[in-house]
Design a protein around this ligand. Sequence first.
Ligand code: SAM
Length: 262
Amino acid sequence: MSTHRARKRFGQNFLHDPAVIARIVRVVAPQGGQHLVEIGPGQAAITQPLLASGCQVTAIEIDRDLASMLRQKFADERRFSLIEQDVLKVDLASLQPQPIRIVGNLPYNISTPVLFKVLACPNLTDAHVMLQREVVDRMVAKAGEPAYGRLSVMLAAVASSQRVIDVGPGAFKPAPKVQSAVARITPLPQPLDVGDSALFADMVRAAFAARRKTLSNALKAIASAAEISAADIDPGARAEVVSPAQYATLAKRVAARASPHA
Ligand code: SAM
């Protein structure tokens, strides 16, 4: 497998540090009988120890050469199956059996769409994803913290996230220019009640698109200062101090005004 030349367009940075691989597998803690879906198995650095734990692995790999190597490598492994496709085109809800756990050292160039796809998965136990460390910081940030933004709010509405491992560039070949981290994402048993989810998403986008402005200014096309106050938010505050629950309250108020009989 060492003959494969890393392809930049597929964000290929292969893990080669056995200690880092072991830590990832330890935090995932796969159990026999579970169904793990691995996004971008590459040269099987994580796939192999996952399978050794007795779980079932469905691997989704876009690179034709890697897919063929994986097929050969695991030809006799009944608990392994491979989908040779772009993960963004795979219907994760149709993979059997459900529920699934997701693991992926993700290609950084498509990390945000992959994250939102993972979050939309209806029967997800949890996900462990390696990403650029700054992205993980944004995912886990709380209101008032410097990295808090749209991603933090949208994620907090549906899941809890933690940064579980920091990984330096030297763990990969080729070494990326950025620091990485593994995040654990666990869907909330009860997602935040945001009312109209499209309106909620638009509001959060607008608030952070003008994060230097006061909220009443940033949201003037969406909510009045009176509505912002009624949601227990200071209209003079900025987007970064408003909690996900406060955005949800405001979105529900605006939705109720927009459709008074709903
Ligand atoms: N898991 C391996 C490891 O840790 O060494 C490889 C990680 S590498 C950062 C990302 C992997 O995702 C590569 O194998 C790459 O070919 C694959 N990949 C890139 N884009 C993809 C896509 N859209 N769908 C599925 N796999 C993709």
